[in-house]
Design a protein around this ligand. Structure first.
Ligand SMILES: NC(=O)c1ccc[n+]([C@@H]2O[C@H](COP(=O)([O-])OP(=O)(O)OC[C@H]3O[C@@H](n4cnc5c(N)ncnc54)[C@H](OP(=O)(O)O)[C@@H]3O)[C@@H](O)[C@H]2O)c1
Length: 262
């Protein structure tokens, strides 16, 4: 078998290096994908920048990436799950993010009316995805405008690069995060709102995983009811361009998915 190549972080806070990787056969309910392209996301460069402050269980050398496209070459079993549909109005906070563009389309397909916030230059694109797009100023008065409607909020922390924690004992950062969480919970309690954080990977263990990826997405993509959004912004070709792609995503993109074909 041809040796596999991988871009990996060799040690804490180090830049990516290219090396070889062992082939791993899939376990129960897992697949192996021959990767054609990878996409980067904020979590990638955040992990590189902050080291063990985030996901300290990760051991180095570490091969990252969960956003990829390619061909399934091995699969072992998939379990059965069920899903349901509701009709409400939903608020997707940050509609021009990669997460937001997909949340808008999934929510619209599930029968929700979607209101989203984003910079004004991107409103036309978000309307095409099915959202009622509002400028960021909308968020100042968002609760009164959503009165009587059920909504979900997509929250991102204000993590400017200069504001990243420098270590587990970075007290100013820990205090900012602590104050933010207390303030968020208090405001929510006053407004009688439920606050819940979940990871994207949580969907593997609940009924949404099967509902989205098996029952809905393949057919919707074939029928053109769901499009790959946001638009790709291709950076080079090959694993050696992934660090450049992470740097570009860190600078900030607007309704673009930074992608590297490999
Ligand atoms: N909980 C989870 O499992 C999970 C999973 C994935 C992501 N996330 C989080 O969700 C958030 C979005 O992730 P993503 O990958 O979708 O992000 P993304 O596509 O990189 O988001 C880019 C958006 O950020 C805004 N932006 C860019 N530069 C900016 C700047 N200098 N100042 C202010 N805004 C700027 C832009 O909004 P405009 O175009 O409107 O200006 C742009 O659409 C992140 O906080 C990420 O950590 C969470």
């Amino acid at each position: 078998m041809v040796p596999h190549k991988a871009a990996y972080i060799p040690s804490k806070k180090a830049r990516l290096e290219i090396g070889t990787a062992e082939y791993t056969h899939p376990g129960e309910n897992e697949i192996v994908v021959k990767t054609a392209a990878v996409a980067v996301k904020p979590l990638d460069w955040v992990k590189q920048d902050v080291g063990d402050v985030f996901s300290s269980w990760i051991k180095y050398p570490f091969v990252m990436e969960s956003d990829l496209a390619g061909e399934v070459v091995e699969a072992v079993g998939m379990d059965e799950r069920k899903h349901g549909v509701q009709k409400e109005t939903l608020l997707v906070w940050g509609g021009s993010t990669s997460v937001g563009c997909n949340a808008i389309q999934l929510a619209t397909a599930a029968g929700y009316d979607v209101i989203t916030t984003a910079s004004s230059h991107i409103h036309g694109y978000l309307k095409k995805l099915g959202a009622i797009a509002k400028s960021l100023g909308f968020c100042i008065d968002v609760l009164s405008k959503c009165r009587g409607r059920k909504f979900i909020a997509q929250v991102s922390f204000d993590w400017r690069p200069s504001g990243f924690p420098q270590g587990p004992l970075d007290w100013p950062f820990a205090m900012r995060m602590g104050a933010y969480m207390v303030s968020l919970k208090s405001k929510a309690a006053l407004k009688r709102l439920q606050v819940k954080f979940f990871w994207g990977t949580d969907n593997m263990a609940n009924e949404l995983g099967k509902a989205i990826y098996e029952d809905f997405l393949s057919q919707a993509l074939r029928d053109g009811l769901f499009i790959a959004a946001p638009e790709p912004l291709v950076v080079g070709k090959g694993l050696e361009h992934i660090q450049e792609a992470m740097n570009l995503n860190k600078k900030g993109v607007s309704a673009k998915k930074v992608v590297v074909p490999v």
